[in-house]
Design a protein around this ligand. Sequence first.
Ligand SMILES: [Zn+2]
Length: 459
Amino acid sequence: MKGHRFDPSVLREYDIRGVVGKTLSSDDATAVGRAFGTIMRRSGYKCVAVAYDGRLSSPEIADALGAGLSACGLHVVRCGRGPTPMLYYATQAEDVDAGVMVTGSHNPPDYNGFKLVLEGKPFFGERIQQLGELAAAGDFEAGEGSFEDRSPQSDYVARLISDYEGERPLSVAWDAGNGAAAEVMVALTRGLPGKHLLLNETIDGTFPAHHPDPTVAENLRQLSEAVVREGCDLGIAFDGDGDRNGVVDGEGQILWGDQIMVLFARDVLQAHRGAPVIADVKASQVLSDEIARAGGRPIMWRTGHAPIKAKMAAEAAPLAGEMSAHIFFADRYYGYDDALYAAVRLLGIVSRSDQSLVEFRQSLTPVLNTPEIRFPCPEDRKFAVVEEVKNRLAECGAEVIDIDGVRVCNDDGWWLLRASNTQDVLVVRCEARTEAGLARLKALVNEQLAASGVETPAL
Ligand SMILES: [Zn+2]
């Protein structure tokens, strides 16, 4: 294979991703295999696991990727179809050095891409850019590789079930959204006590029921309706590749990632008094306050699965979570974002508690917050706008947290402006105790954006 150039848009901060037939082809997949395989060989590694999600293009892309990896002389363990955390599980529990997941995550059906793991850690940032340079130079290792078909699915499901600790049997509605978690979800619910109602439990890469992104309320409507209609205790949904959850309570109301994290933090902190718990900069102040109240040390960190995992390791934190409902358990588990594992832990907590999820939601300190508001901003301006806002705020002595964008606290609450690492968008979120306070925060954001010449979003 000669040098290979990727479409510049596909080499991203945390993964490689594109539109199949437009910016991503089978040749690209083979080149990813050759380049990643070369990096592995030069570090002395020999064995890599590959799995793929339920998209129509995934089997072909996984084959092309495997061809590239084996052409470097690697042993390729083909794990078959399943959710991203099943591949992560294989990289921890099986005797392999690295893993590649073929997945378009929660994106539209024509997307696909790769999440890379080396030595149990995400392969991201600079290293993805280096992979692109290596491919462009055509500087590949060559050798005679080999293949083996070995599905980790039954071991993975058994591992998930082994951590269930419940008392009262629950009635649960589940929605896999026809995504890659579907088969594991079916096997998991067969092994758990209680009553289980399954929705969209077959894998279908056209996503016929709804888009598999549970951070969008509309995508949880079918689940909410089923929970209310059937009188379930709760409902659990998964995104397209099973690393993020959606949760609804017994009244069909959504509990967002930073609300569910309150339950997880209380649970984990019982076993780890005073431990750090990590949440991203988008999360509610209520979560930080509740972590502290439960005896933990709240740490606010950059959004994104790779920086969160790195911070968890650095702080030896037993738990981390993002507003987007990537939840990471290092307590009794491996520290990666696994929505199926989080579901098992959540069921245990609800099952052991006298409080229903509805009562839990009602017990949280009421705050008014916006969802994550995203609006377009050109690639060459997005980081500059955040920088300009930060400089203006510094001049007027505002209280600013700048680990990822700017998060500004004042007497009304807080507001956040950050540049997305993965798209040409700016992200805003505001949270206040009163309506008037929320309006004042929105006005401050608009004022700052206008000063940088950014068209004001519908705040
Ligand atoms: Zn995902």
